[in-house]
Design a protein around this ligand. Structure first.
Ligand SMILES: Nc1ncnc2c1ncn2[C@@H]1O[C@H](COP(=O)(O)OP(=O)(O)OP(=O)(O)O)[C@@H](O)[C@H]1O
Length: 252
């Protein structure tokens, strides 16, 4: 699928123009520029430390960029925009003594658009019991709980930072099929970062390849595949020579 800059008068789900962010001497984002259309499942792909989480945290209003422009669902990132965004951080934080059902109640009270019935359905799908103690969960169970809570929100944009970390292959497949089903039922945009590129390749409509805090390639997955082969091949080609000098973004 190829997207035009504007669809039905609507603009992009996310636009970032020359975003920069430094932590001391480390550069997390370096003139990061991308335009992600509405209604797609977009993969943000890149090696460790390439800036994926920093970009997502910027969209969630948790990181303030040093320079550049960013809009998410047409708004400046912040609490107002977050009412319409479900964000899955790369690390979980739970209250001591919470059980799954407490987490559910907490999410229902705090998160706009949280659909309890959808959450309960997703918990069954992810093989989680309401009485399970969150603090005693395995890493994979915890990741599945976070994801179920996040996907239970009925919002136009989901930002999922490494949703498959610590999750076994069968659960990953269940999650991917839940995502595809959700996306087929209603218009939504999903941004996800992952190192499991081969597995998610089939669900991606759009791909953004990132290195050293910069977007080195972005475009419709179909076009990239037609021009350059599978996402795994593209990834290998772009990132195999890790020390190679980067001559600037190739953004479509
Ligand atoms: N809070 C922070 N303080 C200091 N440095 C940071 C901070 N957050 C990110 N960085 C640095 O910014 C760079 C980008 O980090 P980021 O977490 O965005 O990468 P990533 O692509 O998500 O990596 P990974 O795939 O390993 O999760 C790294 O060099 C990282 O060490």
């Amino acid at each position: 699928m190829t997207w035009e800059p504007e669809q039905n008068g609507a603009c992009y789900a996310v636009t970032a123009q020359d975003l920069s962010k430094r932590y001391g001497r480390r550069t997390a984002l370096d003139r990061f520029t991308v335009h992600i259309p509405f209604g797609c499942i977009a993969g943000v792909l890149g090696p460790n430390g390439s800036g994926k989480s920093t970009f997502f945290r910027t969209l969630a209003g948790l990181v303030r960029p040093d320079a550049g422009e960013v809009r998410v669902l047409g708004e400046t990132p912040g609490w107002q925009a977050m009412r319409r965004i479900a964000y899955l951080p790369d690390r979980a934080r739970w209250y001591a003594g919470h059980r799954v059902e407490d987490a559910l109640r907490w999410a229902a009270r705090l998160w706009p658009g949280f659909a309890r019935d959808v959450a309960e359905e997703l918990l069954v799908r992810m093989d989680l019991e309401p009485a399970m103690d969150v603090s005693g969960m395995s890493r994979g169970e915890e990741a599945r709980l976070m994801l179920a809570l996040c996907l239970a929100r009925q919002v136009p944009l989901y930002i999922l930072d490494e949703p498959f970390t610590g999750i076994d292959i069968l659960s990953r497949e269940r999650i991917l099929s839940a995502l595809i089903e959700m996306a087929s039922r209603r218009e939504m945009t999903v941004l996800l970062s992952t190192h499991e590129i081969g597995e998610v390749e089939g669900v991606l409509d759009y791909a953004v390849f990132v290195r050293g805090g910069r977007v080195v390639l972005a475009g419709a997955a179909e076009d990239i595949r037609a021009d350059q082969g599978s996402m795994v091949d593209v990834y290998r080609r772009l990132f195999a020579e890790r020390g190679r000098r980067h001559d600037g973004p190739d953004v479509r």
